[in-house]
Write a protein that binds this ligand. Structure first.
Ligand SMILES: [Zn+2]
Length: 363
């Protein structure tokens, strides 16, 4: 089985964004007050939104399951207040639950959290519990910077975050460290803010004893770990200078990188530098980069192709990266997939054609 640990519902039916637009308008126009029950989307609309996009790519690229969460750039925790964030988050998570219910073989849910700048992360515990215990989700996306590019929150290693981490450990769910859109014009969202945040989170983890306090806490740093693998020597040296543990030891059971790196040399570097026990296959399709690479004739985000081309990767390591590590980091995935395995063969045989999915703008 090939598990893609990183997918967002970037192709959600229009009604979701219509709700969000009205919610945002309601922040300044009291005649358009936020109505928490206002999103109406049919099952057919959900099917249509996935068949020519994520499901088609799963079939074409030969992957089986996507760990699926709401559109990351749309979380926009900096908009409104904690109640704004909660209403929006619940709609987004409920929609992911409907996707996973319609396609239990293809998608397993990970939730957005109702974060808000200046509001303690403990405020997210109820929604995390709802998603895990009631909706069958297996993890969450945690935004280290709910301010959207101004970095006003304490570092992830601060006790400010501990109540949420305690709940994650209690539920045995990991978090993908994932920022959202940037409201700081200096930082392009997917080109700078995402990669900055990945790198920043790693350096935060390096400098504190978070995993001494929480030996079972697990984070996935997406986008190949940002700049970290490329600058592994810098981080090893910093760890040494700061009397911190060696990096392999520091990350062993707690920090994992995905393979959302959109060219072969980058994937080769990741595999050479980061232990295979700490890498999870991910593509972030359909996401940040949607085009075809003219140098290869294939989609940039078809990351399985890159891994398939690395001849030096042993079968054992390949199995870990494609499946085993995801099962280790997201232990609830086994139960979540249990119900759907029997029908997977049937789903694969019903391939649909149609032009490639080409929506612009959204991530
Ligand atoms: Zn993402």
């Amino acid at each position: 089985m090939i598990i893609d640990c990183h997918g967002h519902y970037t192709t959600a039916p229009k009604a979701l964004q219509v709700y969000r637009d009205a919610q945002i308008a309601g922040l300044t126009d009291p005649t358009r007050l936020d109505n928490p029950d206002a999103v109406v989307i049919s099952d057919d609309e959900i099917r249509e939104s996935l068949e020519r996009a994520q499901l088609r790519f799963q079939r074409e690229r030969g992957t089986d399951v996507t760990i699926f969460s709401p559109r990351a750039s749309a979380m926009a925790h900096h908009i409104g207040d904690a109640m704004t964030s909660l209403h929006w988050t619940r709609h987004c998570n409920d929609l992911i639950h409907r996707v996973c219910s319609l396609y239990p073989d293809n998608f397993v849910g990970v939730c957005q959290l109702p974060q808000s700048p200046g509001v303690p992360p403990a405020n997210c515990i109820d929604e995390l519990e709802r998603c895990v215990n009631e909706l069958g989700f297996i993890g969450c996306n945690l935004n280290p910077d709910p301010s959207g590019g101004h970095w006003t929150a304490p570092p992830l290693t601060d006790r400010y975050w501990y109540p949420l981490f305690e709940k994650m450990v209690d539920l045995d769910v990991p978090a993908m460290v994932h920022v959202s859109s940037s409201c700081n014009p200096s930082f392009h969202a997917t080109g700078a803010h995402y990669i900055n945040a990945d790198t920043t989170a790693f350096m935060q983890f390096l400098t504190a004893d978070l995993f001494v306090d929480f030996p079972a806490l697990r984070f996935i740093i997406p986008h190949g770990g940002g700049a970290v693998p490329y600058h592994w020597g810098r981080y090893r040296g910093l760890a040494q200078d700061l009397n911190r543990p060696p990096l392999d030891e520091l990350i062993r059971d707690n920090v994992f990188f995905d393979t959302c790196v959109y060219h072969l040399p980058g994937i080769k570097l990741l595999l050479e530098i980061v232990p295979s026990d700490n890498i999870l296959f991910g593509s972030e399709m359909v996401g940040a980069v949607r085009g075809v690479d003219p140098q290869t004739g294939h989609y940039f985000d078809d990351t399985k192709r890159y891994l398939d081309q690395v001849a030096s990767l042993t079968d054992q390591d390949r199995r870990k990266i494609f499946e085993g590590n995801a099962r280790k980091v997201y232990p609830r995935i086994g139960k979540a997939l249990g119900a759907g395995i029997a029908s997977r063969g049937a789903a694969r045989s019903s391939q649909s054609g149609g032009p490639p999915y080409r929506a612009g703008g959204v991530r």
